[in-house]
Structures are given as structure tokens and as C-alpha cells.
Design a protein around this ligand. Structure first.
Ligand code: ADP
Ligand code: MG
Length: 296
């Protein structure tokens, strides 16, 4: 059993007449990489800032790494990259990264964090002189420099060029590969698809889907599992979990499924001679549009 990285219970948040979050429950386990996906205004930033204790919920509770959010933040176990957060302008990049490193109990060296974010060459520059993309890279260096167990990033690649994005995902992957937890908000479907093992789809302040990328995709129309089987019995295939429809042509089998993960597991378990297995997915975009009511 892994511990809980993040736990929201019945969280609501209103801004005057606007309901930003409505009764949101969310559990993120340690080691997970979760994409909080949703169109603009869905409530992603509100959710993350409540999870971090930076905004108070109207009702409901948030726990981070088993503690109250601000306690976890102060204990130096969380790295944060917030949307458009301000940076000190008059200091040099290297000084800023070193100062933030000093707030954590067991940080990386500033050089290591700057290298990961691709801002080594900017170490001597004043923050106030940086371009938008360079500032975003610096925010990322600040997010990782504490070597935190939990990374929370709000739209981390906005404003980054291709190289900056690549560096960011490479570093994030290296960290999650070591068992650390990452939760990132994005409105880019491809980022959720490529980098998350779980997608929480938010629309109008509500969680409208939560599961593996494959599961969320399969909520619309499902996936197609194709394979080759020698003597497949139609009735055996029809009872596989998730399967909606079966078609067999000679040795070629095609299974329409609403849960390709479960179907595949059972397929491999039941048919020793299964070959050439492929899954063709309904793409995440059609899932997104259908589940969020096409709000983006
Ligand atoms: P996202 O990050 O998904 O784009 P936000 O959490 O920023 O969404 O916003 C959710 C909703 O709450 C939006 O309708 C937004 O306009 C509103 N909102 C967010 N912050 C504030 C605020 N400080 N005051 C008033 N309304 C806000
Ligand atoms: Mg936002």
C-alpha cells in the first residue's frame, strides 16, 4: 500500500455567483502522475491552490501527504509551479534558485536544478530581464530544487518553447520514475495523454471523468482490441470483461470494449495463443469534447 499524496473531500468553492468547484473528491496516491485536464475556467487552478492551502475552500477538506496542506508545504515536501506566480525581479537567477533551495531540508544543488530546467546559462542574469519563457523555466527550477516528494504544477508548459517543454517533461519523468508524485494541470490533451498515468477531467467545477488515459478515452465509444487467435470461440470472447461487441474473420478477432485494460488482461489469461495484439483508441480529444460538453 502506498500512502496518500493528496486528498480532497467534498470541496466546494464559490467566487460570488461563480461556482469554481462543486463537491470535488479526489485521491492521489504516492507515486502517481495525474493530469488535471479541463478547459479554461474548469476550476483547475482553484483546485490546486486549495490542495496547497493557498486558498481556503468554501466547504470540504484538503490533506497533503497526510497533513494539513500548509504544514506539508512548510515541511518542504512539495515543489510548486503556479500559473503566473510572481518572481523576485532584482535578484539574479542563480541567487533566487539558491535562496529557494535553502528553504528545503534536503535540496538539490542550485546548479543541478538550473541544468534540469535549462537555465544554467542564465544564472548570472537578473530575473527582471528574462523573457516569459525563460521565467517559466526558472519557475520550474524552483519547483524541483527542493527535491520534493510531491510536485504540483499548474499549466507548466505555457509559454515554453519546444526545447523547454522537452526538458521539463524529461525531468518530471525522471522524478516520477523514482516514485515521486506529480499532479499537473493542463488544457493540452496531448500532455495528459503522453505524460500522465491518470487523468482527472474537470468541467464546470466538477470531476466528469477520472481514470487511466485509456479508461477516459474508452468512456466515449470505447476502444477496439484486435488480435489473432487460432480457434477462438465466439461465446468465450463475448464474456470477456468490458467487451461490447465481437467480430471474427478467420483468425482475425476484433473486440469493441469499454475497458481495454480489463479486456486485455483477461484475453491474455484465457488465450495462451493470442498474437498480434493491438489497441486502437477513441482519441482523448473526442472523450474530452463529449465529456466537457465541448466547452473548449
Ligand atoms: P482553470 O484554472 O481551470 O482555468 P480557475 O480555477 O482559474 O479555472 O477558475 C475557475 C472559475 O472561477 C472561473 O470561472 C474563474 O473565472 C473563476 N475564478 C477563479 N479565480 C477567481 C477569483 N479570484 N475571483 C473570481 N472568480 C475567480
Ligand atoms: Mg488555471
Amino acid at each position: 500500500m502506498t500512502g496518500s499524496a493528496l486528498e480532497l473531500r467534498a470541496v466546494t468553492k464559490d467566487y460570488g455567483p461563480v461556482t469554481a468547484l462543486a463537491d470535488v473528491d479526489l485521491d492521489v496516491g504516492e507515486g502517481e502522475t495525474v493530469a488535471l485536464l479541463g478547459p479554461n475556467g474548469a476550476g483547475k487552478s482553484t483546485l490546486l491552490s486549495i490542495a496547497l492551502g493557498l486558498r481556503t475552500p468554501g466547504s470540504g477538506t484538503a490533506r497533503v501527504l497526510g497533513r494539513r496542506p500548509l504544514e506539508a508545504l512548510r515541511a518542504g515536501r512539495i515543489g510548486v509551479l503556479l500559473q503566473e506566480s510572481g518572481l523576485l525581479e532584482d535578484v539574479r537567477v542563480g541567487e533566487l534558485v539558491a535562496a529557494v533551495a535553502g528553504m528545503y531540508p534536503a535540496p538539490l544543488t542550485p546548479e543541478r536544478a538550473m541544468r534540469a530546467a535549462g537555465v544554467e546559462e542564465l544564472a548570472g542574469q537578473r530575473v527582471g530581464r528574462l523573457s516569459g519563457g525563460q521565467r517559466q523555466r526558472v519557475r520550474f527550477a524552483l519547483c524541483v530544487v527542493g527535491d520534493p516528494d510531491l510536485l504540483v504544477l499548474d499549466e507548466p508548459t505555457v509559454g515554453l518553447d519546444v526545447e523547454g517543454r522537452r526538458a521539463l517533461w524529461k525531468e518530471l519523468r525522471a522524478r516520477t520514475g523514482q516514485g515521486r508524485t506529480a499532479v499537473f494541470a493542463t488544457h493540452y490533451l496531448a500532455e495528459a495523454d503522453d505524460y500522465a498515468d491518470r487523468v482527472v477531467l474537470l468541467a464546470g467545477g466538477r470531476v466528469v471523468a477520472d481514470g487511466s488515459v485509456a479508461t477516459v478515452k474508452s468512456l466515449v465509444g470505447g476502444n477496439e482490441v484486435r488480435c489473432t487467435l487460432h480457434d477462438a470461440d465466439l461465446s468465450d470472447l463475448e464474456i470477456l470483461p468490458g467487451v461490447l461487441r465481437v467480430s471474427v474473420e478467420g483468425r482475425s478477432v476484433s473486440l469493441r470494449t469499454k475497458d481495454s485494460d480489463a479486456t486485455l488482461r483477461a484475453l491474455f489469461a484465457m488465450f495462451g495463443d493470442v498474437r498480434d495484439v493491438r489497441v486502437e483508441s477513441a482519441d482523448l480529444e473526442s472523450a474530452f469534447v463529449s465529456l466537457t460538453g465541448g466547452r473548449d
